[in-house]
Design a protein around this ligand. Structure first.
Ligand code: FAD
Ligand code: DLZ
Ligand code: SF4
Length: 509
């Protein structure tokens, strides 16, 4: 067999034809390796829909590459020669093709990077790890930005990204004279007969084969495999994004923080699974939204809110991840150690808000940001759940979850486990917040107005108990000091009732 020049390893979340490792290669002399790997599907027990989505998208991408003239070795799970891990699969490909070099675009996870960095010694072949240029801000550029500052708040980073990209800029000034319209994005959503829905796709023959494989191999994993409606090609992802821009984006800003019973998606884009595996390009989707604003079809608060999530939060959490790994995954500022309650998997709880978030997570491998942050995340924070166990849960259950984006959101934003590197205050809230932003409480077995006692909303006593338990760590935070003072002013018997209610509830977990 003729010797291959470069063997290009394309990872499951690198489904982008302009990927650095492909852009630098030659289809006539180089060969692509892609593989469905048991170890990657199980290092946390990924949701069945997530595995099916990724395997089907990978198979379609391999076909896209072949159509463009590439030779692709695509190793299906369970096919002859399929190995459990990247390294074992690569060893086999090296034996078959004797490449001069291995090339790979930098992975999205520190764990995988460590494995790749061992290949040169393992195989005695040069290995080139090319930067992943599918982000607006490179990891070294973020590090330089971080080193130049005392505070790493997202807002300042975001302004830099606006200047750098020119998105929503009028010359040197932000469009509308304001950088951030978040204060206009906190409306409670009304029940809407014409609620937009994400675009759904019928499984084709490739997806149907993958669904059978996932059921057979990973049937015991969390989550409903069907109905399966995700797009699995670049064209599908673009169509899903177009539908969002037309139908939901105009109201995205207003209802960004809202939650409604029976409405998992509201006015959200439901595109993170496509962005994170490379089927959509973040800068392109932002340019499209900027153009929609300029054309007058989308209000500024919606366009700005959306663009901030992508060139702001998405880029920022990636920067934090590569700045702080390794070690960040073990952050535990409040020393929380409680096990993750079973209802995170079963949904079997009387708390209507938690039940709704977990049930739709099981059904859809999706929950929107406020459900992740203010329901499941907030509950874990108040109840003192071990942040690492929670991190593994979030990494498993969402179709968009990869460690670079999930970990800072969980450990930093939602659990304040990094002590405030990422968030300016803990996102801790009582039932009053959930009641204000949702209609869950009306159908709940608990009473959101009661603070203590057996029928009181558990978020209430847990909230004040959290403040009491952690007053040393949070009293110095200007954004928490008022809550500490409020707690201090409660009568002694009310404090006792709070402590007892919280303890009774926690013991029942
Ligand atoms: P929209 O609300 O429509 O927002 C548009 C896009 O903005 C998203 O597709 C996403 O790419 C980006 N975005 C929005 N918020 C964030 C954010 N905080 N960080 C990064 N990107 C953001 N997002 C993931 O992509 N993967 C994860 O594993 C993930 N884990 C999370 C865990 C926790 C505890 C929390 C609080 C948030 C997490 N997020 C994660 C962020 C956010 O919840 C999702 O990006 C969002 O819900 C995806 O749905 P959407 O496409 O409808 O987003
Ligand atoms: C998440 C995931 C899953 C479930 N399966 C595979 C796989 O079979 N093959 C693969 O190349 N990648 C997979 N991934 C993504 C990886 O776990 C990991 O997140 C990326 O390689 C990081 O860039
Ligand atoms: Fe959630 Fe409390 Fe409202 Fe019930 S009453 S839905 S537990 S916030």
């Amino acid at each position: 067999m003729e010797r291959v020049r470069h063997l290009i390893v394309v990872l499951g979340d690198q489904l982008t034809p302009t990927l650095a490792s492909l852009a630098a290669a030659d289809p006539a002399r180089d060969r692509v390796l892609m593989a469905e790997l048991h170890d990657e599907a199980t290092y946390v027990p990924h949701h069945k829909k997530k595995i099916a989505f990724l395997f089907s998208a990978m198979r379609h991408f391999a076909d896209e590459l072949r159509a463009a003239g590439w030779t692709v070795d695509y190793v299906k799970l369970g096919s002859p020669g399929n190995q459990p891990s990247f390294s074992a699969q690569l060893a086999q490909a090296i034996a078959a093709h004797r490449p001069e070099r291995i090339r790979v675009t930098a992975p999205g996870e520190w764990r995988v990077l460590q494995e790749i960095l061992g290949w040169e010694a393992l195989f005695s072949i040069p290995v080139d790890v090319l930067p992943d240029d599918r982000f607006v801000c490179s990891a070294p550029a973020f590090r330089a930005w971080a080193n130049s500052r005392t505070s790493l708040r997202m807002e300042y980073f975001y302004r830099e990204m606006r200047r750098q990209t020119g998105l929503l800029m009028d010359g040197d000034a932000p469009a509308g004279g304001q950088w951030n319209f978040d204060s206009e994005n906190r409306k409670t959503a009304p029940d809407d007969l014409f609620m937009p829905r994400p675009k759904v796709f019928d499984p084709d023959a490739i997806t149907r084969e993958v669904l059978s494989l996932v059921e057979a191999r990973f049937g015991h994993h969390f989550g409903d495999l069907t109905p399966f409606w995700f797009g699995v090609t670049r064209a599908d992802a673009e169509a899903a994004f177009d539908a969002f821009v037309d139908r939901a984006l105009p109201r995205f800003g207003d209802y960004q923080d809202a939650m409604l019973r029976g409405e998992p998606f509201l006015y959200h884009a439901v595109i993170s699974q496509y962005l994170n595996c490379g089927l959509l390009d973040p800068l392109r989707v932002c340019r499209r939204v900027d153009a929609a604003y300029r054309a007058g079809s989308v209000p500024l608060n919606a366009a700005e809110g959306f663009i901030r999530q992508i060139i702001g939060w998405r880029e920022y959490v990636r920067g934090i991840y590569w700045l702080k790994m390794p070690g960040y995954e073990r952050s535990n500022f409040f020393s929380h150690t409680r096990d993750l309650p079973d209802f995170y998997w079963s949904g079997d709880t009387e708390m209507a808000c938690v039940r709704a978030a977990v049930t739709q997570t099981r059904e859809q491998a999706y929950a929107h940001h406020i459900q992740r942050l203010m329901i499941t995340g907030n509950f874990a924070l108040l109840a003192g759940i071990d942040p690492h166990a929670l991190h593994e849960w979030y990494l498993s259950v969402y179709a968009d979850a990869y460690e670079w984006v999930e970990l800072p959101n969980t450990v930093g934003m939602s659990q304040f486990a990094d002590g405030g590197l990422l968030a300016s205050k803990p996102y801790a809230a009582s039932g009053a917040y959930i009641n204000r932003m949702s209609n869950y409480c009306a159908s709940c077995a608990f009473d959101v107005k009661q603070r203590t006692g057996p029928r009181a909303c558990p978020f209430n006593a847990l909230y004040w108990d959290f403040i009491a338990r952690n007053r040393q760590q949070i009293a110095g935070n200007p954004r928490m000091a008022q809550m500490v003072r409020t707690y201090d002013n409660f009568a002694a018997d009310e404090k006792t009732r709070i402590g007892e209610s919280a303890a009774t509830f926690l013991a029942s977990l």
